[in-house]
Design a protein around this ligand. Sequence first.
Ligand code: ATP
Ligand code: MG
Length: 432
Amino acid sequence: MTAEVLSIGNEVLSGRTLDTNFQVLARLLEESGARVVGHQAVPDDAAAIAAALALAHSRADLVVCTGGLGPTPDDLTVDAVARALRRRVVRDEAVLADVRARWASMLRAPMPPSNDRQADLPEGAVAWKNPVGSAPGIHLALDEGKHVVLLPGVPEEMRELARLHLAPFVRGASTISVDYCVVRTVGIAESLLEQRLGDVTARLDGAAVAYLPGQGGVDVRITVPGGLDAPARAAWSERARALVRDAAREYVYSEDDRPLEQVVGDLLRERGWRLAVAESCTGGLLGGRITSLAGSSQWFDGGAIVYANEAKTREAGVAPELLAAHGAVSEEVARALARGIAARFGTACGLGVTGIAGPDGGTPEKPVGTVHLAAVTPDGEHHRKLQLRGNRAQVRERAVTFALDLLRRRLLGLPASSTGAIGTPPGEPRAT
Ligand code: ATP
Ligand code: MG
């Protein structure tokens, strides 16, 4: 099944709203087995919506629209789509009852009549119940196996409706295999990974291999061919994983979808060790990433945001002389932070992060993106200096990823970095 996404809304075209709905939808469609062949941003204008729909249908089986399902006059997606498809608009009494019930459960005031419009559907459409908002999703099956789906623009509503209704629909309608095996890596650039894995596609009978880069990590996703029975599928997946593992070795942190923080947490739990963190340039993002994981209290105690030098001394016991001699962004201070915070919290392990996230504050010796990380465990200590690229948010996010990876490496007895083995990935940290 092929699919196209229409992001409807003047705010998308004006650049005021970043079209994250497309990103979410494209990924979900692809993972459900549809091939996304087009994407258009469309103004809140009936003629423009009709033209976009016609173009999309000329090349895709399924057109998914997001935006313009609200009760206000600028929300005209339903009317425009109905008119373009020559369908009447009819009020659905069951949907109307839902919209009213939802209103009553949230607000005491009577529902304004304009909201009734959210129960209007093109004739013949099926409404998908919206668990987080009032406008339902709308699914319209057309002739010749074509489909139109209308989803709200509000990202949370769109996502829930897509997850609950669109994904199962696409999975049911699609013939493409959607069984994946995913190997997650950190610290190696996408291009380098691809270079090392080069002929994997050939060795896997032409299987589709996708490289999905995130903040500092790259997931390798291999599509398992359809038509295999369960044991054959398992054997095929294991062969695929082994190929990636042989190429990416210690850069691989997970073969079962676990995020890096969970991999680190599991290693700590196996050893019965607990962790505390001292964060300067990441300002709590590391603790945030760790505690986003349910159950992290089993191995994570807490930490301190030690942004000012005085805080580094007061909260993590870093000697003022050390700060004066080496500067806050230095190997010595990163190590002192990791040791000091572990001592302060009484944990076996500690992580220290200090760096220059930019855009200001860089010097020729310590340019923006310089980050020092240190990890201590009862087995020893690792330090790593990074030269990260990107803006402030990216530097901070990547520093968190590499801090977790440094601890993973320490826990597994791997070297702090393996650039000697695989080479320095462009755009990724240069370790010293
Ligand atoms: P509402 O009931 O709020 O009117 P709606 O279905 O009509 O819902 P829109 O009015 O088009 O949706 O958009 C609502 C909000 O959702 C917008 O203000 C915008 O912030 C966000 N939004 C809309 N389209 C997108 C998109 N493509 N990507 C990300 N966010 C979007
Ligand atoms: Mg609206």
